[in-house]
Design a protein around this ligand. Structure first.
Ligand SMILES: Cc1ncc(COP(=O)(O)O)c(C=O)c1O
Length: 379
């Protein structure tokens, strides 16, 4: 089966009793045992649930992985991957990581005795010098948030593997429709399923995917112990969403390219960040490793006032956190995704206060362009 078909069919057989085409919602915290001699496959929803199992199967398959563990949020999934670390371990984190992951490294991991060093994913050759005897795990993501830089997944992974590090990759921005990092040697893919996988801005969730039964079991056991699990309804909604991931991503990508090209030609725009543009610094890497260039576009205006004006005056693009839903959203990183960082930390990472991040939805692209045209006219 190919991607679009897998998204619709894997883990989604008609229900055995009535042959319902859509899996029923098993909104039950507990499942009855037949007798004391047979432990049921599913007995308590914190451990697993039929809706969760179906979604785990399809996400694993779409990432070309064997195992998936679902979580209550993307951050819980990243914490699940970090649960492989223990007191005294050292972690390597890409500099331009999602703000919430950075917050974990700054505020949570130190209290568990775990230290972090940052590396530039565009310079995998610098990893050797950063590795310490206690370095255990490396995490990175691409395209990055909000700069949309694309680093070479295979090259970073190979550099980490020289030191036997566990390589964790956040594939939220591309989704499995555009790249499959496990095929490039990554050990664990993490997702905020809140974004493209569920795709409709109506549910928060997360996932880890791996080919290693050992890593999977450790993460699963941690999640069972901690209880950061998704509800059956969250899984049901996400399963409904994932069915259309393939065709949604096609629309996101073609709309994003149209929006990026429009902005690149606009006199009031200082700079556009979209890996699908030929003059993007990582266009060639993106072409090599991604099936298409994604639905995210960042744009720099010529002043903070101009950025604020556009942010507050679009009608189709809604001013909101998050991304990857069918509707277009516009975010202001300093007050939203990167609010945890100081102005200095943001500038070090190339996130100026004149930048807006667009999550381009699947509306008619001309409506998106008209909306941005009208907002830019006010600047
Ligand atoms: C790249 C990336 N990873 C992880 C997360 C965290 O996901 P969640 O909000 O589902 O916890 C986000 C959220 O925006 C994200 O953009």
């Amino acid at each position: 089966m190919r991607f679009a078909t897998k998204a619709l069919r894997v883990g989604q057989e008609p229900d055995p009793k009535f042959r319902a085409v859509i899996q029923p919602l098993y909104q039950s915290s507990t499942f009855a045992w037949q007798d004391l001699d047979h432990i049921p496959e599913i007995d308590y929803t914190r451990c697993t649930n039929p809706n969760r199992q179906s979604l785990e199967q399809v996400i694993a398959e779409l990432e070309n992985g064997k195992h998936c563990v679902l979580f209550a949020s993307g951050m819980a999934a990243i914490s699940g991957a970090f649960s492989l670390l223990q007191n005294g371990d050292h972690l390597l984190m890409a500099t331009d990581i999602y703000g919430g992951t950075f917050r974990l490294a700054e505020k949570v991991l130190p209290r568990q005795g775990i230290t972090t060093s940052f590396f530039d994913a565009h310079k995998p050759e610098t990893i050797d010098a950063l590795v310490q005897p206690n370095t255990k795990l490396l995490i990175f993501e691409t395209p990055t948030n909000p700069n949309l830089r694309v680093s070479d997944i295979a090259a970073v992974t190979a550099a980490a593997k020289k030191h036997n590090l566990i390589v964790v990759f956040d594939n939220t921005f591309a989704s499995p429709a555009l790249q499959n990092p496990l095929d490039l040697g990554v050990d664990i893919v993490v997702h905020s399923t809140t974004k493209y996988i569920a795709g409709h801005s109506d549910v928060v969730g997360g996932a880890t995917v791996t080919n290693s039964s050992e890593l999977n079991l450790a993460i699963f056991e941690w999640n069972k112990a901690i209880g950061a699990v998704p509800s059956p309804f969250d899984c049901w909604l996400s399963l409904r969403g994932v069915k259309t991931l393939g065709c949604r991503m096609k629309a996101h990508c073609s709309n994003a390219l149209a929006v990026a090209e429009f902005l690149a030609g606009h006199p009031k725009v200082a700079r556009v960040h979209y890996p699908g543009l030929k003059d993007h610094p990582d266009h060639e890497v993106a072409k090599k490793q991604m099936k298409d260039f994604g639905g995210m576009v960042s744009v720099e205006l010529k002043s903070v006032e101009a950025a604020r004006k556009v942010a507050e005056n679009t009608q189709v693009f809604l001013l909101a956190e998050s991304l990857g839903g069918v509707e277009s959203l516009l975010a202001y990183p300093p007050l939203m995704s990167h609010a945890t960082m100081t102005e200095e930390q943001r500038l070090e990472r190339g996130i100026p206060p004149t930048m807006l991040r667009l999550s381009v939805g699947i509306e008619d692209p001309q409506d998106l362009i008209d909306d941005l045209t009208a907002a830019l006219a006010l600047v």
